[in-house]
Design a protein around this ligand. Sequence first.
Ligand code: KG4
Ligand code: ZN
Length: 335
Amino acid sequence: MKLLAIETSCDECSAAVLVDGELKAVATKTQQIHRAFGGVVPELAGRSHLELIDVLVDQALDAAAVAMHELELVAATVGPGLVGSLLVGANYARGLAQATGCGFRAIHHVEAHLWSAELTAGKLPLPFLVLLASGGHTLLVRISGLRRYDVLGSTLDDALGEAYDKVGKLVGLPFPAGADVDRLAARGNAVRHSLPQPLRDDSLNFSFSGLKTAFLRRMQEHASLIADDPADLLAAFQETALQSVMSKVRKAVPRTQPRALVLAGGVAANSRLRALMSELGTELAIPVHAPALRFCGDNAAMIGYLAWRLHTEGIKPDDEQFVRPRWPLTALPGG
Ligand code: KG4
Ligand code: ZN
């Protein structure tokens, strides 16, 4: 089956072509326009998708050597995300499906992240435990099959990626700051500053806003030191945030008996998080999987992959979904 997938839920515009579930091409553009504003400006994101989408779809089809009239299915993210951005991708995809007479499948962005490691690892053994950490979401989910999701915990305030972006902004890094914080923290001394580990409780939830405030206080107390070189404080932030996350993953293991530990989302690209997860996997003798770096952040390959998985398992497309800016995972049909 020849399938085109489109992702425009936030500031990445992406198109991918898959043939029988195998990725043939993906073209992704991260909008740079938001850097100057220190965060994504929804109106600008929507307009920018309008300019990019045609070009990226053509690029993906050309690279895959698939013609538009050969397509059998078009899939697009319809939520959750920014309404203006979602509308561009979803309308484009629906229009294309109608014009070419092929099917359309509405995709849940977070659900696509949950399965994204399979793009790299192939089919994962069930059940598996996913830590999904991005700019908008931080979730711990037990997966026992398609549409069989048990959300064990989520963030009570900021998402993990958002916390990276906020502390990065405090020390003057451009948005999004996650990758820069990762790089600087790697050469910092994480024990020079002590920051409080959040939410040391029995739940599987997360919290990062208190840590961000502690980071700010520490910055104010040691202003000149940190302005000269923020690496140590960033390393302390990263270590505290990730140890907190890992303590929750560790707690979830005996409760869920997973056959694999899986990372997903933009923060899954973090080198320290990948290392900590693989150490835990080795210690507990559970295989660890993470998507290749280009499939961690938002991309249409994961949208197409999920569309194909849903199609082959006979899960009916949900034609009623137009766009859903707010769409909890628990509201997905089936399962
Ligand atoms: O999945 P994604 O592209 O978009 C959302 O759905 O939110 O994730 C983007 C987030 C940003 O907050 C970015 O700073 C973070 O992922 N990120 C990282 C790294 N690379 C991207 N955070 C920590 N370390 C990284 N290497
Ligand atoms: Zn995402």
